[in-house]
Design a protein around this ligand. Structure first.
Ligand code: ADP
Length: 189
């Protein structure tokens, strides 16, 4: 499937604003790939496609979960904010016919992160947060770190931000984000 076909398919799955966000993430991921030495084409595809499952209706979620025997954990069930990444990874493989494991896993882990992320997974995770239209307290600092060779520091700060945000909202914390944070903390010490 070429880029034009991927883009057109995505336009039918996402509202205009989210499609623009996806393009921004793709462009940001390409810039970061130049800095950190990652495959630019793969990064672009992973970036543009990362939110493909974000706007599924409940019955579509059920359909894909059944069709691809997707195993969602307790926190992901009935929580599209978390599960869209996992479900999206199956859609990337089976509906977009993309068989590149790095692209698939970058989509799968873009919301929670995970321990021991590889370069493209890190790039898509952080590009999702710092693309040009993102605007939240602390985003400039994340951009500074990311564009100045401090990708892991930016990630660590992002995991901390997410964990604090989830606690402030009285939600359950997905353990993958805690594992991702602890992994980087231990690596840095
Ligand atoms: N570790 C986590 N535990 C629980 N919820 C989480 C966790 N990480 C992310 N989330 C949820 O996912 C949402 C962010 O998802 P994300 O795909 O980054 O959305 P967006 O692109 O719209 O910002 C958060 O608002 C939060 O509710």
């Amino acid at each position: 499937m070429n880029l034009e076909i991927i883009s057109n398919k995505l336009k039918n799955m996402l509202p205009e604003r989210r499609f623009k966000h996806s393009e921004n993430v793709a462009k940001c991921a390409v810039k970061l790939s130049e800095i950190y030495g990652c495959d630019k084409e793969k990064s672009y595809i992973a970036g543009i496609i990362h939110d493909c499952a974000k706007y599924l209706e409940a019955k579509e979620v059920d359909f894909y979960v059944e069709k691809y025997s997707i195993e969602l954990d307790e926190l992901e069930k009935n929580n599209l904010a978390l599960s869209h990444s996992v479900i999206g990874s199956y859609i990337v493989r089976n509906e977009f016919n993309i068989d590149d494991e790095e692209i698939i896993n970058s989509v799968k882990y873009h919301t929670t992160g995970k321990a021991n992320m590889n370069l493209i997974e890190k790039i898509i995770y952080i590009a999702d947060l710092i693309e040009e239209d993102r605007n939240f307290p602390g985003v400039e600092n994340l951009r500074q770190l990311t564009y100045n060779g401090k990708l892991d520091e930016a990630l660590l700060e992002s995991f901390d931000n997410t964990i604090k945000f989830v606690i402030d909202n009285k939600q359950l914390i997905h353990p993958r984000t805690v594992e991702a944070r602890n992994y980087l903390m231990k690596q840095n010490n």
